[in-house]
Design a protein. Structure first.
Length: 275
């Protein structure tokens, strides 16, 4: 008789999380009674109007912000109890201008356990090869010796994605990493991001205002409302992979993005409608 396998614990769990700022007289509720569960290897996108708490959730999971109430678990451990490897990419690449691209990509290996213990021994061998392999994957083969100022914005963002993935993070947090790029470069990087995810299957949480981006990349989309911020919809995205940009013209895809837009507009607070 075959035993039923134990149910896998989610990589990310938020349980009834509240975040408030200010005093009782001038209290602002940034996040209210929010619960979210993300399983290993999922690609989840958070969408919603400005001020709905998307980046707040990202900060809570990264451990840079503490909840006022509730609990947050990453890889089965409550935030703050143990170190968890996290990769992050932001709207701006935040590359160090005095380091070449290869050394920028290798930076997590210098500071994150267990890699930092072997950095001096492996920086010119195994770690260098790992960085070069990632750069080749994103189309930056031969650019390792260049400096950030010698690369375009799109190329810098590719390097930023490599840096976020080089230390094999438990989860990848993306805070509008393609928002500052032109449409053609964004679409090119969506394909690269999808390929990286399909190859390595990290657990990904993406914050974005771009509904087309969310629908192209994510396996689930969580819609948030503002004031107070909370998740009001959590939908699976069933489009087959690999996805190409042509899918954005498919009637089902267009219908999805329009429905998401309508949902966000309906959820906006009266105050936002007046802006």
């Amino acid at each position: 008789m075959t035993e039923t396998p134990a149910k896998q614990k989610p990589v990310i769990e938020l349980e009834d999380v509240n975040v408030t700022f200010g005093t009782e007289e001038q209290k602002t509720v940034a996040l209210a009674q929010t619960s979210l569960s993300i399983n290993n290897g999922e690609f989840v996108a958070l969408v919603g109007p400005s001020g709905c708490g998307k980046s707040t959730i990202l900060k809570l999971i990264a451990g840079t912000l503490s909840p006022s109430e509730g609990h947050i678990f990453v890889a089965g451990r409550e935030i703050g109890a143990n170190d968890v490897r996290i990769g992050m990419a932001f709207q701006n690449p935040t590359l160090l201008p005095w380091l070449n691209i290869r050394d920028n990509v290798m930076m997590p290996l210098k500071i994150v356990a267990p890699y930092k213990r072997s950095f001096r021994q492996k920086r010119n061998g195994e770690y260098r090869d790992r960085a070069e392999a990632l750069l080749k994957t994103v189309g930056l083969d031969g650019f390792g010796d260049k400096f950030p100022w010698q690369l375009s914005g799109g190329m810098q963002q590719r390097a930023s994605l490599c840096r976020a993935l080089i230390h094999e993070p438990t989860l990848l947090l993306l805070d509008e990493p393609f928002g500052a790029l032109d449409q053609f470069t964004r679409e090119e990087l969506w394909e690269i991001m999808q390929n990286l995810w399909m190859e390595t299957r990290p657990t990904v949480l993406l914050v974005t205002h771009d509904l087309k981006e969310a629908s192209y990349l994510a396996s689930r989309i969580c819609v948030m409302q503002a004031r107070p911020g909370r998740i009001i919809e959590d939908s699976a995205i069933e489009f087959a992979r690999p996805r190409t940009i042509d899918i954005s013209f498919d009637p089902e895809f267009v219908s999805l993005t329009q429905r998401l837009r309508d949902r966000i507009v309906q959820a906006r607070s009266p105050k936002e409608h007046q802006i």
